[in-house]
Write a protein of this length. Structure first.
Length: 494
């Protein structure tokens, strides 16, 4: 019958909704009321049939809705009890479950959800990116870039050997040392500030900091070199001014990741290799030095061009006082290197490449131990072993480079057990100090290095035999500090 719902056999009105019977349409009432009494009237067309009833939409099963909502959680469950725990944490009581889902309790409902949900266990998470992973080739390249400027001293040695020496040092040594130490202090602090800006993602601010700080550092180093020059040391003062300019330009290129560009700029210094055995003409020596310095300065100026553009400077940079300990660390480590001698300087600078790689390996190993080990004792033991292996590996590399430099460097001191031990102790101080600096304990590293440099200087002046003792005491102190600070898991979270 049109306008009503007919139930099939076996169905009840408890399971299907009932649509009430529709009333007769107004058209039908009017047609019946207008019929005259006493006989049939004229036949009129029937009214249009009523529109069909809308399709019946059955109510959604609440269990299907719940299964869809908990699909992601139920798919990874390994037992129905995990789903039951989720239901209970969602505040579902047994009364609510009986009334809404027709199940006696949360465990029965969880079993149904577990049965109707396909298992979809996620793939194992990829290992997080290791921020301390670096290639050995890149670190060796940096070590080569650190050591190549030593060839400039080979080219400039005949030019500097004028006038009398002072304080028992060769001629020209005082202005060179004074300018170099000033440059190391200034550029260490400048590099820290620029690296901090880079870490904050603001390369423009880093370039601006270098644009302001690098020329100032060059002027400061040149001024100190000229001021420290004595009678007859004017060539050494001029060489020291060029040295200050090179240190500033090289800092720019190294901080901005342009090691290969700096290597190209230092290529003319390779002309110093024949000077190990043969005397080169003075104009050629000067030309090679000027060409390399000009190329380094030009490349650095090219990298600093973006800093000349106007732009908003980023916020959140470090205060100037935060960079001071890094400058003091540069002062202490620089003095220790200078006290070691010319051939030792070459060995130490060449070893900075492997030293940097081993520092990265130590940090990467610490992060790996955090993911794998479960107890603090296991972590301390593993980190201590890694520290011993990295330090031992660096000292082995330094020993090989020391022997090689003593054989190849002209006028190098003879290799003796006391000299090798002293140099290895200085190398241990430098590497451990760099390690502490990498973990943010730069103040401790700077204090120990400054004390060691002071003791080394006093030993050079009054008791040369006490030099190894000063370096050894500093190495032991840094070993203790490293063992105390870096075996804690919190020190390796970054």
């Amino acid at each position: 019958m049109s306008g009503s719902l007919w139930l099939k056999p076996g169905t009840t009105q408890d399971t299907l909704p009932v649509i009430p019977r529709q009333r007769p349409t107004a058209g039908r009432r009017q047609s019946g009321a207008s019929r005259p009494r006493g006989g049939p009237g004229p036949r009129r067309p029937l009214a249009a049939p009523a529109p069909p009833a809308p399709a019946v939409v059955l109510a959604a099963d609440p269990l299907d809705e719940l299964a869809g909502r908990l699909d992601a959680l139920a798919a990874v469950a390994v037992h129905p009890d995990e789903i039951a725990a989720i239901l209970e944490s969602d505040g579902m009581t047994d009364d609510h479950i009986r009334l809404t889902y027709g199940r006696p309790d949360s465990f029965a409902l969880a079993e149904d959800l577990y049965a109707r949900t396909e298992r979809r266990h996620p793939a194992p998470e990829a290992q997080p990116a290791d921020p301390w992973h670096t290639g050995l080739a890149g670190c060796l390249l940096r070590g080569l870039v650190f050591a190549l400027p030593g060839l400039a001293y080979v080219l400039g040695a005949p030019l500097l050997a004028t006038g009398p020496g002072r304080y028992g040092l060769p001629p020209g040594t005082v202005p060179l040392f004074a300018g170099a130490v000033t440059g190391w202090v200034w550029n260490q602090a400048l590099a820290h500030r620029a690296y901090t800006w880079l870490g904050l993602g603001d390369r423009h601010a880093a370039v601006r900091a270098l644009l302001t700080g690098a020329p100032s550092g060059a002027l400061a180093g040149a001024a100190v070199a000229v001021a420290a020059a004595g009678p007859g040391e004017r060539p050494a003062a001029l060489f020291g001014a060029g040295q200050a300019l090179y240190l500033a330009a090289a800092t720019v290129l190294l901080v901005l990741g342009r090691e290969r560009v700096l290597l190209v700029a230092l290529t003319p210094l390779a002309g110093a290799v024949p000077a190990f055995r043969h005397d080169l003409p003075e104009p050629l020596r000067i030309a090679l030095l000027v060409l390399s310095l000009t190329a380094t300065t030009a490349f650095a100026a090219f990298e600093l061009r973006p800093g000349l553009r106007r732009g908003a400077r980023g916020r959140g940079g470090p205060p100037f006082a935060a960079s001071l300990p890094y400058g003091l660390f540069g002062l202490g480590s620089g003095l220790l290197v200078l006290y070691a001698g010319a051939d030792a300087v070459i060995a130490l600078t060449l070893s900075m490449g492997p030293a940097e790689w081993l520092l990265h390996r130590f940090r990467a190993a610490g992060l790996a131990r955090l993911r794998l080990l479960t107890t603090a004792y296991e972590f301390r033991r593993a980190v201590t072993g890694t520290l011993a292996r990295c330090l031992g590996g660096y000292l082995a590399v330094l020993f090989v480079l020391t022997v090689t430099a003593a054989v190849l460097w002209p006028g190098a001191a003879a290799v003796s057990p006391q000299r090798v031990v002293s140099l290895l102790l200085v190398g241990a101080v430098l590497w451990l100090g760099l390690l502490l600096q990498a973990f943010g304990a730069v103040v401790s590293a700077a204090v120990v290095c400054l004390l060691a440099a002071t003791a080394q200087g006093l030993a050079q002046a009054f008791a040369p035999a006490a030099g190894p003792a000063a370096a050894g005491a500093a190495a032991v102190a840094l070993c203790v500090l490293t063992r105390v600070l870096l075996v804690r898991p919190t020190a390796h979270r970054c």
